[in-house]
Each structure stands twice: as structure tokens, then as C-alpha cells.
Design a protein around this ligand. Structure first.
Ligand code: 5GP
Length: 193
């Protein structure tokens, strides 16, 4: 998605440890017009799919998922919550996710009330790095007996293993920008195609 790539080149900041900061337009201060174009693009890419719900993970995925849902007949958006305790009882599906940016692990939970075996679920998230967040969401969808339609990712860091890992499971992953390399000293960011 050309508009997104231009925005990343203009306003993205490469930090040490392979972290791309996109706070000024994607996940702290939000460029709503860009979110709208992102939502339209996910609709175009998954236009052949029946989607009954969108699943994401807090916090950065929520806004993107909500704007995207408007292009999928306003299907409900469910977000996995990061729970402080791993002892969360029987009312939730849960999965353990290690955080790339924070270097810790979270148990993420989704109430059993909000996804069920008849759901066809599109996963939406801001980044794909090592694939831990996506793996956790796929695990939760599996526990519910629902179907994963695919995953829509805004920025995939193609030099990290997540994309290969998730596609290797047979899951359709559509990323709007795939970064092949980035350099925190020069600030250079190179995209795939
Ligand atoms: P993964 O679980 O695939 O390793 O990482 C995905 C999650 O980590 C995303 O939900 C995102 O919030 C965060 N993340 C991973 N890499 C980056 C990055 O370079 N920049 C930012 N801002 N977040 C990232």
C-alpha cells in the first residue's frame, strides 16, 4: 500500500532492537484518514471472504480493527485482553503471548461469550514480528472451534520469522507493507517490492 509506505518513510523512526516507532500516525497519535484507507485495503484484499467477526489484541490493534470493521458490514470487533493473572477461570479462552516490544509475557484472554464455533474470523493487528501475538489469537480461535479467515497486518517486519511461521500453518496473511530491512543508525527502511 503505497500511501502507508510513504508515511512510514516520512514519519517512521527506526529504534535499536529492530523496533519501528510509528507513534505519530499509527499507534499513539492516530491518522484517521490513513486508518480509513487501511480499512478499505483490508476489505479489498479479503473481499472474497465471509467474515462474521474481527479479532485483535489490545491496545494498538483496536482502533485499526474498528475502522476496518466498517468496511465489513460493521461486524463486531473483539479484542484479546492482556490479563495480569494466568488464573482466569472457565469463562475465558486464554493463550500465553510473549511481547516483542516489552520483552515480557502476557496471558491474553477472550470471553467465551464473544466468539463461537460458527464464527469466521479475520484477525487484524498493527505489526507482525515474531508471530507470537498472531499465534496466541489463532490458538484462541482454535479453542472456540471457529474458523480463521486470515490475518490482515499493517506492517510486517519481513526479516523476522513471524510471517513465515504463520503462513507455514496455512493461514492467509495479507500485510500492507513488508519491511525487508531497517537500520537504526542511518534510519534507512527498505520495503519488499
Ligand atoms: P510479534 O508477536 O509478531 O512478535 O509482535 C507483534 C506485536 O508486537 C504487535 O502487536 C505490536 O504491538 C508489537 N510490535 C512488534 N514489532 C514492533 C515494532 O517494530 N514497532 C512497534 N511499534 N510495535 C511492534
Amino acid at each position: 500500500m503505497e500511501l502507508l509506505k510513504q508515511k512510514i518513510l516520512k514519519d517512521g523512526v527506526v529504534k535499536k532492537g529492530n523496533v519501528l516507532k510509528v507513534d505519530s500516525f499509527l499507534n499513539h497519535c492516530i491518522d484517521v484518514q490513513l486508518y480509513t484507507e487501511i480499512g478499505k485495503e483490508f476489505k479489498r484484499l479479503f473481499s472474497d471472504c465471509e467474515v462474521t467477526k474481527i479479532l485483535t489484541i489490545e491496545a494498538s490493534g483496536i482502533g485499526i480493527a474498528c475502522v476496518t470493521a466498517q468496511f465489513f458490514n460493521c461486524v463486531p470487533v473483539v479484542f484479546a485482553k492482556k490479563s495480569k493473572t494466568s488464573n482466569i477461570g472457565d469463562d475465558f479462552y486464554s493463550s500465553v503471548v510473549s511481547s516483542f516490544t516489552h520483552g515480557n509475557t502476557n496471558t491474553v484472554i477472550v470471553s467465551k461469550n464473544y466468539i463461537n464455533k460458527d464464527d469466521k474470523i479475520l484477525i487484524i493487528d498493527d505489526f507482525l514480528a515474531n508471530g507470537a501475538a498472531l499465534n496466541g489469537l489463532i490458538d484462541i480461535i482454535g479453542q472456540a472451534g471457529a474458523e480463521v479467515v486470515g490475518a490482515g497486518i499493517v506492517i510486517e517486519k519481513g526479516f523476522q520469522p513471524g510471517g513465515e511461521l504463520i503462513r507455514g500453518k496455512g493461514i492467509r496473511v495479507e500485510s500492507l507493507a513488508i519491511i525487508d530491512s531497517m537500520n537504526d543508525e542511518t534510519g534507512e527502511i527498505l520495503f519488499r517490492n
